[in-house]
Design a protein around this ligand. Structure first.
Ligand code: FEO
Ligand code: CA
Ligand code: CA
Ligand code: CA
Length: 645
């Protein structure tokens, strides 16, 4: 279906990378020929003695001893009973677990705030005082003291995009300024204090509660800072959009990432054509069909081209200061940031970020100096460091290539003006240095002990003759270890941790029949070392045989043991949703997960409409006159135990 109804991620399945750089698939293919017939498959390196030492990366550090193959010998880390695949309109968790709904779309941020109206008739002003739509990445910052840390905290939640068929009573057919304003208010970030009271988590009235939306004033810092000419557009700088995944800094701030920001810009000016820079980011005449440009010139790319330069950044928000202005940290580059995963090494901050589009790259920012000393001087550790991009070599090694003006090909002779130019055109800088194109890099997670790094490559065109497969409808999880286990290092060793899919359609997949999944997206490693995997199969593939997804069911969440490769399904979601966002209380006895876009248009179940917003799903309210809404789900064990045990 054209994108006149439900904005979709599907355009980002299409590559916009003209560089010709060697893809990961081609690297794998060439490595396979180097290895002469050794099998590159799910956990093949891991079980068969891979390129990382010992029985997998963690095993090399003397912990998480390898025990077998995916689905083989039960892992001591995974204590729950696996759930089956599901195509039902409900949320399923393992026996012994509970799942409660928290802060669905439209929840007022104050007990005196505007109540959610199930016919979608809340105004833009109402929406700005309510939880946004399409919950995505999130983080729990404890606010309670002592043992109350596990029972009270600020939940910060991204709202990735809006489904205009469900957001407006009359759907998206006619666009008005009020509708644009409501859509902007439903985007951005929610900061809401939550607490467990009498056994249930609830939003509470708090001075910390706030919304950051597509209209909130913002600042820029780093090389493309406030006042940079490329940021000079018609109005003051405001808003963050398409906040997908996230990060949290050691100094207690939240990072919201701007992913498919290009989708909001469009024009009816037939004479307009994109510049090479705009084309490299997928900016075109139609965007994803939001049609905001018809009612608000801010989003008319021909009328106000620099407005788009204000997007594509990582945004730092202080959840403990409700009056603080969000800051776009430009030293982290301008791409379609999926997330910004923060770790530290030798006192320096390290931020990993994937650029989610087919044949795009993985980046790493390394701080110049100790983050504590920078903070002590009143400087942001995110303003002082070097951005790098990953190059994966065929021999299982890899390098981080600096994106620094004057270094390598990024010179004035080659048309680069300065570091701000390199960052504004991060994708093109990465093309120039020879980065490795990947199958849609999504979330990145760092193991708390081994410091191994995992990235979900959700799906894509593959690249090489083997691939791991061409095209790649199911995705894989790639793992690397930085040299010396030092996340600031500029060289690493990598392998394919897990090849997702259904062995019925792809013999390379070694997942047992009862553990199949595809399109991994959300990813986190908990304090015990469980790797949590959340899926985002597109609604045009879900539950369809022709797409190889008929046996995989609705989107789901699984846990894996990084040392054994065992995978076990933990949760299945309602119809039309993806599973995303993951955070824990410090004791890991409460897990928060997001159910995004239940009831969105799907190929198998049809599309919601003003006449029937419940056509696909009516989760979680199941109100016969209501509509589906994204929500956070609070997951606990009935026995009060650690989640996953
Ligand atoms: Fe917003 Fe790449 O998922
Ligand atoms: Ca995602
Ligand atoms: Ca995704
Ligand atoms: Ca999605």
């Amino acid at each position: 279906m054209p994108f006149d109804h439900v904005p979709s991620h599907d355009p980002d399945d299409v590559a916009a990378n003209p560089s010709g750089n060697r893809t990961l698939g081609e690297v794998v293919a060439s490595r396979r020929s180097v290895l002469r017939g050794s099998t590159v498959a799910a956990a093949g390196f891991l079980a068969g003695g891979g390129l990382l030492a010992g029985a997998g990366a963690a095993g090399a550090q003397g912990e998480d001893k390898g025990r077998g193959r995916p689905g083989g010998k039960p892992s001591a880390l995974l204590g729950f009973a696996a759930v089956a695949t599901s195509d039902q309109d409900r949320l399923v968790v393992p026996p012994g677990y509970t799942a409660d709904i928290l802060v669905p779309w439209g929840t007022p941020l104050s007990s005196r705030g505007p109540a959610w109206r199930k016919d979608a008739s809340n105004s833009a002003a109402d929406q700005a005082r309510q939880v946004g739509m399409n919950h995505d990445g999130m983080h729990f910052f404890p606010t309670g003291r002592g043992s109350e840390r596990d029972r009270r905290g600020v939940l910060v939640v991204n709202h990735e995009y809006v489904d205009q068929a469900l957001l407006f009573p009359d759907g998206p057919a006619v666009m008005t300024r009020e509708k644009v304003d409501k859509a902007l208010a439903a985007h951005g970030v929610t900061v809401v204090e939550v607490a467990e009271e009498r056994g249930r988590w609830k939003a509470v009235d708090s001075r910390l509660n706030r919304r950051v939306t597509g209209a909130t004033p913002v600042r820029f810092s780093g090389p493309v800072g406030d006042g940079h000419p490329a940021l000079a557009a018609r109005g003051p700088a405001r808003g963050t959009l398409n906040n997908c995944s996230n990060g949290a800094t050691p100094w207690g701030t939240y990072l919201a990432c701007e992913e498919n920001w290009n989708s909001y810009f469009a024009t009816d000016d037939a004479t307009w054509t994109p510049s090479p820079e705009q084309a490299r980011y997928g900016v075109d005449k139609v965007g994803s069909g939001y049609n905001w440009h018809k009612a608000d010139p801010r989003f008319d790319i021909a009328a106000d081209p620099n407005e788009a330069n204000r997007f594509g950044w990582v945004v730092e928000i202080d959840p403990f200061d409700p009056r603080s202005t969000p800051v776009k940290r430009t030293a982290l580059g301008r791409v379609k940031h999926e997330g910004a995963t923060v770790t530290e090494s030798r006192g320096r901050v390290v931020v990993y970020t994937g650029d989610d589009q087919d044949k795009e790259y993985v980046y790493k920012f390394v701080g110049d100096a100790s983050w504590r000393s920078l903070r002590a001087r009143g400087e942001s550790p995110l303003d002082h460091g070097t951005l790098h991009v990953a190059k994966f070599e065929a021999d299982g090694s890899g390098r981080w290539l600096p994106l620094v003006f004057g270094t390598g090909p990024l010179t004035a002779a080659n048309g680069w003006r300065d570091q701000a130019d390199v960052l504004l055109r991060t994708r093109q800088a990465a093309d120039a240095v020879g980065a490795t194109p990947l199958d849609r890099p999504e979330w990145i997670a760092v193991h708390p002990r081994s410091k191994d790094v995992f990235v979900t490559l959700t799906n894509g065109s593959g690249g090489g003759p083997v691939g791991p497969r061409t095209p790649n409808p199911y995705g894989q999880i790639v793992r690397w270890r930085e040299d010396r286990g030092d996340n600031t290092a500029l060289t690493f060793r990598w392998d394919i941790f897990l090849l997702a899919g259904d062995p019925k359609y792809d013999a390379k997949v070694t997942l047992p029949e009862d553990r199949i999944f595809g399109s991994p997206d959300g990813l986190a490693v908990d304090d015990d070392g469980r790797l949590w995997i959340q899926t985002d199969i597109s609604n045009s593939s879900q539950n369809q045989a022709g797409k190889g997804y008929d046996r995989i069911g609705n989107n789901q969440m699984l846990a894996a043991d990084p040392s054994t490769g065992e995978v076990r399904r933990f949760l299945t979601g309602p119809r039309g949703c993806e599973i995303t966002g993951i955070t824990f209380t410090p004791d890991h006895r409460t897990m928060f997960v997001n159910i995004q876009h239940p009831g969105e248009s799907t190929t198998v179940w049809g599309a919601p409409s003003p006449a029937d917003p419940r056509a696909v799903s009516n989760w979680p309210d199941f109100d016969p006159a209501g509509r589906p809404r994204s929500a956070t789900v609070v997951i606990r064990k009935r026995d009060g135990g650690v989640i996953g045990t």
